[in-house]
Design a binder for this molecule. Sequence first.
Ligand SMILES: [Zn+2]
Length: 128
Amino acid sequence: MEPEEEMFWRYVAREDMHLQRCRSCERWLAPPGPVCPDCLSRSLEWSAISGDGTVWSYTVYRHSFADHLDARVPYALVLVETAEGPLLMGNLIGADFGPALIGMPVRVEYGAADDLPSYRFVPAARDH
Ligand SMILES: [Zn+2]
């Protein structure tokens, strides 16, 4: 695992979502990396994000492709447009998997998967 990726998961383990941001052009980096893909600056810093956002795109898995995923189907892999702007990928649970997923408000929830720190998205309350 790359050091930047390792750092991302270290924040997740603390139930604290952080992404890298370029100090030169302010672009967010997701997934993390050693260099800004826009301006090639290596001057990056970790900034906290809320984990709140809306579903921007998704794929629903109704069949598992590995034994250890059997109990998890159906689940959706979503690309979430976070409140801060960057797109963050994760699993979505607890929602009906239909066209209404696009634009659905979600929030991040932390937990462990296979004994490793993990996060997923769940539908957010719509009344705020
Ligand atoms: Zn940059």
